[in-house]
Design a protein around this ligand. Structure first.
Ligand SMILES: [Zn+2]
Length: 238
């Protein structure tokens, strides 16, 4: 480990915390606005291994927030583009890039070995699929979502607090407008939660939803309860 590279964060994380990042394997599902930001901070923080999953290729309308893909053409998948980005930021990091969805066996096999998974997805159907997979494998998930000037972050720890099935609304807006810098704030918060989960430092947003409105500079958080009879997590607890 290059201690000088991390000398400004080791006083906060300790040698043990830095080594925990180095030894960790982090999954990111979705490499859009949230994923680009969270990945950047985790790669530069010294996370040792990534599994990057996205089935899409970049489109021009992505580029107001998905800066990782600005240097590649539309023929390079987001997963491959993000893998090259990590290599440029931190050549010590290992990356497995999966151009596919969560239904694919490649993604499932690779994510199974992760210590934490970041939900950087843009729709609740895929989020619930990730939720079920992670609950089954007892892998913590750092959930985030962003829309217009708003965003939210919560951590799901199987069997402890509510899962995504307990909290996500049944309706959602598809392709909502998004300010890129807001995705930056929320993606950075998501990376910070992942660092805390991995190192065991600080208070993690397990079962606590942080809601951010950048247009009003409002940051609020509150505890959420499990939904009685939730089809996703009830069997883990009752
Ligand atoms: Zn649940």
């Amino acid at each position: 480990m290059n201690a000088r590279r991390y000398s400004r964060q080791i006083p906060l994380l300790g040698e043990e915390g830095q080594q925990a990042l180095r030894s960790s394997r982090v999954g990111l599902v979705g490499l859009g606005g949230l994923g680009c930001n969270a990945l950047t901070h985790l790669a530069t923080a010294g996370v040792g291994s990534f599994v990057l999953v996205d089935h899409q290729f970049p489109e021009e309308s992505n580029l107001n927030r998905q800066f990782v893909h600005c240097l590649v053409g539309p023929s390079v998948s987001k997963a491959d583009s993000a893998a090259a980005w990590v290599a440029s930021l931190n050549p010590d990091a290992e990356v497995v890039a999966v151009t596919g969805s969560l239904e694919g066996t490649d993604a499932v096999e690779m994510l199974r070995g992760c210590d934490v998974i970041l939900d950087c997805l843009d729709n609740n159907e895929s989020r619930l699929r990730l939720n079920s997979f992670a609950l089954e494998g007892r892998i913590p998930v750092v959930h985030a979502a962003v829309q217009e000037w708003h965003g939210q972050v919560m951590v799901v720890d199987a069997g402890v607090g509510p899962c995504l099935g307990c909290i996500l609304p049944s309706h959602e807006c598809s392709s909502p407008p998004v300010i890129g810098s807001v995705a930056g704030v929320i993606g950075s918060l998501q990376a910070s939660e992942a660092i805390k989960v991995i190192t065991g430092i600080g208070e993690v947003l397990i079962g606590r939803l942080l809601s951010v409105d950048i247009s009003r500079n409002s940051y609020q958080s509150w505890d959420l309860e499990r939904k009685p009879g939730c089809p996703h997590c009830s069997s883990l607890i009752e």
